[in-house]
Design a protein around this ligand. Structure first.
Ligand code: PEP
Ligand code: MG
Length: 569
């Protein structure tokens, strides 16, 4: 079954154990004895502190300082004088200890949940975690922290708290599956820190999985395979071993600059959809962010994100990498904003999408540009990129809006980043064909091959039925891309590729030979491509691309690459 988002990559096999937290029923009895309730409360806090201190001691073997700090924060919250005094007040007013503690901590949870800052919002889950522990003691059903495991296990849970994960025996825990959580949930962070494969956001996993049954957790493809037969197990075992060997071997490239064997640099960047993704990028040694798709910041909200909220998000990315290419909103097509009045279109991918839309929604566009310029203060290499440009006039109009925003900021005496590089996505054939004129107006291009293929071949990128037309290896596409690169270079405009084809090992080598200046990709493609480039000279890559450009279709391109590489690597 295909069930979740990969939060930590890998393959694991084990019996599923479900970690479930029983729902606690808060007693309704009246408070008969204030002193006794306060004493019970004090006792529950003491027991909880003892639990967490023991867990923390156990954690020291597995976790680094960052994760230990989470436990320290929990211990502090447990003993927070404000929470204690407010709980005492409610006990004085007649509530029993459990009711009082629940009411007080609920207020804090609600307060954190309402905060704008993602970091503080996430702290609500920490208070929920300690609230549960203390209430369990108050009610007389203390949590079982230690799961006694004696065989390879996949832990499945609705959610895993830091203290849950801390008490597990990692000789036997081989994988995590949680129903909720994203790639920055505690489970995800801990799983990555521990190098344990994990799927998060696996909706209804608890009802679909059979506890006690053996599963393969394929945290490469986001799949779970129940009761695998011998052949399946053997093939996954082989995959897992291969993965490990690969990972170890590639680590030596992590902090290296990407270069061909004869020393030509070709920066390899990562694509991200939010600042949260930075945690996933880090282990793969990206040299920058080559595509920050900002629309997810807008799509994940019920209302338009404020200027400040946008500044905060962009700043996080600018602070993490020297070079960042931020794409302005690409809404439309299959991405809609609930709070924007978007007319229904018969062909949304050919409709009011991306720059076409933001040029109409001028205030929204201006706010985003303003946030980027303010957020980019102090960051040396920020690049602003406009998506879906077809005509020069659209680019001119976008630059005009940017200039207007700059002059507004000047007038308001608001400091901002003045040194910004401007670029466009090349993802519409008209722009590719007109690359030379467009190049004279911008600092850089980034080829959006996902859309460029769909629009060049009139083949919906999501429609399997026309998949035979959607071929990143097709020679016609490659010749179009070569035209874009050469046209851009006539004006010293840099060209990258940020569509999926840039992360394909073979195509990355072909693009390198064609003279591409950078490639941006999903993070896990970076190290294998860096390694391959380090084994080849630029001249060899150029010869490879020349042969490929003389081909006529995608099959002959693939064959040519395979045959050429076989003689080289
Ligand atoms: C592309 O079209 O190649 C691209 C990177 O943009 P998106 O996939 O977001 O449309
Ligand atoms: Mg695109």
């Amino acid at each position: 079954m295909n069930i979740g988002t990969v939060a930590s990559k890998g393959i694991a096999v084990g019996k599923v154990v479900v970690l479930d937290r029983p729902t606690l029923t808060i007693p309704k009895h009246e408070n008969q004895d204030v002193a006794l309730e306060k004493e019970t409360f004090k006792e529950a806090i003491t027991r909880s502190v003892e639990n967490l201190t023991a867990i923390k001691a156990k954690m020291a073997d597995h976790f680094d300082d960052e994760h230990m700090a989470i436990m320290d924060a929990h211990l502090q919250m447990l003993q927070d004088p404000e929470i204690r005094s407010q709980t005492h007040d409610l006990i004085d007013q007649g509530k029993n200890a459990a009711q009082a503690y629940e009411t007080v901590t609920n207020t804090f949870i609600a307060m954190f949940e309402a905060m704008e800052d993602d970091y503080f919002r996430a702290r609500a889950a920490d208070i929920q975690d300690i609230q549960y522990r203390v209430l369990a003691h108050l009610i007389g059903t203390p949590l079982k922290d230690a799961t006694l495991l004696d065989e390879d296990t996949l832990i499945a849970a609705h959610d895993l708290t830091p203290s849950d994960t801390a008490t597990l025996d990692y000789r036997f825990v081989k994988g995590f599956i949680t129903e909720v959580g994203g790639v920055t949930s505690h489970t995800a962070i801990m799983a990555r820190a521990l190098g344990i494969p994990a799927l998060v956001g696996a909706k209804e996993a608890l009802s679909k999985l059979n506890p006690g049954e053996v599963y393969v957790l394929d945290a490469l493809e986001g799949k779970l395979i129940a009761s695998p037969d011998e052949a399946t197990l053997a093939s996954y075992k082989e995959k897992a071993e291969q993965l490990l060997r690969e990972k170890q071997r590639l680590q030596k490239f992590k902090d290296q600059v990407t270069k061909t064997r004869d020393g030509h640099a070709l920066p390899l960047f990562a694509n991200i959809g939010s600042p949260d993704d930075l945690a996933l990028v880090e282990p793969h040694g990206a040299e920058g962010i080559g595509l920050y798709r900002t629309e997810f910041l807008f799509m994940n909200e019920k209302t338009m994100p404020s200027l400040q909220k946008q500044i905060d998000a962009y700043q996080k990315v600018f602070e993490a990498y020297d070079t960042v290419i931020v794409r302005t909103l690409d809404i439309g097509g299959d991405k809609n904003l609930p709070y924007l009045q978007q007319a229904k279109e018969d062909n949304p991918f050919l409709g009011l999408r991306a720059l076409r839309l933001t040029l109409k929604e001028r205030e929204l566009f201006k706010t985003q540009l303003k946030a980027l310029l303010i957020g980019g203060k102090g960051s040396p290499h920020i690049h602003i990129m406009f998506p879906m440009v077809a005509l020069e006039q659209e680019l001119d109009a976008a630059i005009e809006v940017l200039e207007e925003v700059k002059s507004d900021l000047d007038q308001a005496n608001e400091p901002y980043q003045k040194n910004v590089k401007i670029g466009i996505m090349i993802e519409i054939p008209a722009a590719a064909l007109n690359a030379e004129r467009l190049a004279s107006k911008v600092d850089f291009f980034s080829i959006g091959s996902n859309d460029l293929i769909q629009y060049t071949y009139a083949a919906d990128r999501m429609n399997e039925a026309v998949g035979y037309l959607y071929q990143p290896f097709d020679a016609t596409l490659l010749r179009l891309i070569k035209h874009v690169i050469d046209s851009a270079h006539k004006h010293n405009t840099e060209v990258g590729v940020c569509g999926e084809m840039g992360g394909d090992l073979w195509l990355a080598l072909v693009l390198a030979g064609m003279g591409i200046d950078e490639l941006s990709m999903q993070p896990s493609s970076i190290l294998p491509i860096r390694e391959a480039l380090s084994k080849l000279d630029l001249k060899q890559l150029q010869e490879l691309s020349e042969r490929v450009l003389a081909c006529h279709d995608s099959d002959s391109v693939k064959r040519t690459i395979q045959e050429t590489l076989a003689t080289l690597i």
